[in-house]
Design a protein around this ligand. Structure first.
Ligand code: THU
Length: 162
């Protein structure tokens, strides 16, 4: 038996102003994306903004459904939009944020496991890291340089080979 430790690295910023101008713009795009959230059931508005290698920004928001599992998170809405509208274009950095009228969100909202899995496969396919910003409106920001830091044991296609 071996006990193995993994270390992940992330950066924590006290506010969005501490980020570079490009990342601040991406965080603002994530906030704007919360406007298109369709979330009558959770009333939790999530926005994601992805920057492509050519500088373009693609946004997404959570889209819920009365058949609850049929809805989709903001991150995957945006990622699949890139997959369909800009195939083959690498994502360099993405920002995720959330807001709700029900309470004050005091910490950056981090992505669910299903979204991390999809982020991991986008990163693997494009063979270059995707930096991720989890942005708390009016509060802290968490930044990782790669999805690998969020999901080191992501399921990948090698698992399906003998
Ligand atoms: N949600 C996201 O959009 N992204 C996540 O990573 C986690 C959760 C959405 C799904 C649902 O519409 C709402 O937040 C409450 O779970």
């Amino acid at each position: 038996m071996e006990k193995i430790s993994l270390h992940i690295h992330y950066h924590r910023f006290t506010s969005v102003e501490a980020l570079n101008e490009n990342e601040q713009r991406l965080c603002r795009a994530a906030v704007s994306a919360t406007e298109t959230s369709y979330s009558p059931y959770s009333e939790f508005r999530v926005g994601a903004a992805l920057q492509l290698e050519d500088g373009q920004i693609v946004s997404g928001s959570n889209q819920e459904n009365i058949a609850y599992p049929s809805g989709l998170c903001a991150e995957r809405t945006a990622l699949f939009a890139v997959g369909t509208q800009f195939p083959g274009t690498a994502i360099t950095v993405m920002a995720v944020t959330a807001r709700t009228d029900r309470f004050v969100i005091r910490q950056p909202v981090t992505s669910c496991g299903a979204c991390l899995q999809v982020m991991a496969e986008f990163e693997k396919r494009q063979k270059q890291p995707i930096a991720v910003l989890f942005y708390c409106i009016g509060g802290e920001v968490i930044r990782v340089n790669s999805v690998r830091d969020l999901l080191p044991f992501a399921f990948n296609e090698e698992r399906l080979k003998a």
